[in-house]
Design a binder for this molecule. Structure first.
Ligand SMILES: *Cc1c(COP(=O)(O)O)cnc(C)c1O
Length: 380
């Protein structure tokens, strides 16, 4: 970042060296040291369990954060979209799983060209015609794609049913020119947000029984799974310990959000070790009534699909209501004054990051870096 050529408030919300009180709001704030502790903690747990960690970058869409995750020992990255994968391959990431189906002709052609730069590219399928289209595109591009069969773990979204359907599709992939059968993706997204630990274990246990049988059928058919992938921030410990997975695809743990803080045994305040490292920094812009403050972060600064943000470090201040550019706060003990900054913990980290151009990185109360949200808006 060239300090001379950037103006805070015009091009960027902050510059390196600034105190937190000078940062222009609302903006995304990263607590650098908390983020690094999250990175090291997840990597240490994955290493202890002997399971790979392929971090999901759809959370932050940031090459700067992903580089730190890889440096700590992650075996690769997951992207959700071809356009995201293009950004990360161009940034030098060499092992990329698009943990999704890619079905449009032009998207398939772009995907098939990605390995030409030397990257390993893996994609998920749940449809025989899609296997054929991927195969033709890889042959045409003169490249090779690795392919995982996505198994429906009980969420009922994408993926074929466990058992015979997985084996049939796996065989088609293994026989298709330009493709290599690489294994199975068994990701149960919904189970991660079951707050109660016992209920979450029960739901994942049911999924694991089906996965175990399916992996046995694949083995009997002579189809080798180099990758059995799945798991995320709400399920890593249970799935990692199941002995079934070779790679975990955790994303949100690196920054955390208010919803994952409610899931038992994940966040520090709820029996786990992960800390809030991402905040929407917001300024108080109106405080006409003594028990009611208004801050400058609303729907355009953070997503609200997983509920209201929490106010970090001020437990009696409650973010009550949002509109586009305002957030209304209950301030029963009159803690806030005009121009105070509050650190809001967004309900859901992924769609919040996608609303911003920059992460303002803070260490010991000072801005140390500005990182672009590298794949912001890359949804195609
Ligand atoms: C989102 C996602 C993840 C990561 O989930 P988190 O809850 O953010 O850790 C992993 N795998 C797949 C396929 C996903 O879509």
């Amino acid at each position: 970042m060239e300090r001379d050529t950037m103006e805070p408030g015009f091009d960027v919300p902050a510059l390196p060296g600034m105190a937190e009180a000078e940062i222009q709001t609302p903006c995304l704030l990263i607590d650098h040291d908390a983020m690094m502790r999250n990175i090291d903690l997840m990597q240490a747990r994955a290493d202890e369990m002997g399971v790979g960690l392929r971090v999901h970058v759809k959370t932050h869409k940031s090459a700067d954060i992903a580089r730190r995750q890889i440096a700590a020992g992650a075996c690769g990255i997951c992207c959700q979209k071809v356009s995201e994968a293009e950004v990360f391959v161009r940034a030098g990431f060499g092992d990329v799983l698009v943990s999704n189906q890619v079905c449009d002709r032009a998207k398939i052609a772009r995907l098939a060209r990605l390995p030409l730069s030397g990257a390993r590219v893996i994609v998920c399928v749940d449809d025989a015609a899609n296997v054929k289209a991927l195969s033709q595109a890889a042959v045409q591009a003169g490249s090779a794609l690795e392919v995982l069969v996505e198994m429906d773990c009980g969420g009922g979204r994408c993926g074929v049913a466990p058992g015979a359907a997985v084996v049939t599709l796996a065989r088609q992939i293994a026989e298709a020119p330009g493709l290599r059968f690489a294994g199975v993706q068994a990701y149960h997204g919904g189970a991660q947000h079951i707050y109660d630990r016992a209920a979450r274990e029960a739901e994942l246990g049911a999924s694991h029984r089906k996965l175990r049988e399916t992996l046995e059928e694949l083995r009997e058919a002579g189809l080798d799974c180099a990758i059995v992938g799945g798991a995320g921030t709400g399920s890593w410990d249970i799935e990692g310990a199941s002995g079934l997975y070779t790679e975990m695809q955790c994303g949100s743990y690196v920054l955390m959000d208010a919803d994952y803080a409610r899931v038992q045994s994940i966040a520090g305040e709820n029996g786990g070790g992960f800390e809030h490292a991402l905040f929407v920094l917001s300024g108080v812009m109106s405080h006409v009534r003594p028990d009611h403050a208004v801050c400058d972060a609303g729907l355009k600064s953070m997503s609200a699909d997983s509920g209201m943000p929490t106010v970090f470090g001020l437990p009696d201040v409650v973010y009550r209501r949002y509109s586009d550019e305002h957030g209304e706060l209950d301030d029963p003990s009159g803690r806030l004054a005009l121009n105070d900054r509050v650190r809001l913990v967004p309900g859901h980290v992924d769609p919040t990051c996608n609303l911003h151009d920059w992460f303002v990185v803070v260490r010991d109360g000072r801005v140390t870096d500005l990182w672009p949200v590298s794949a912001r808006g890359r949804l195609w």
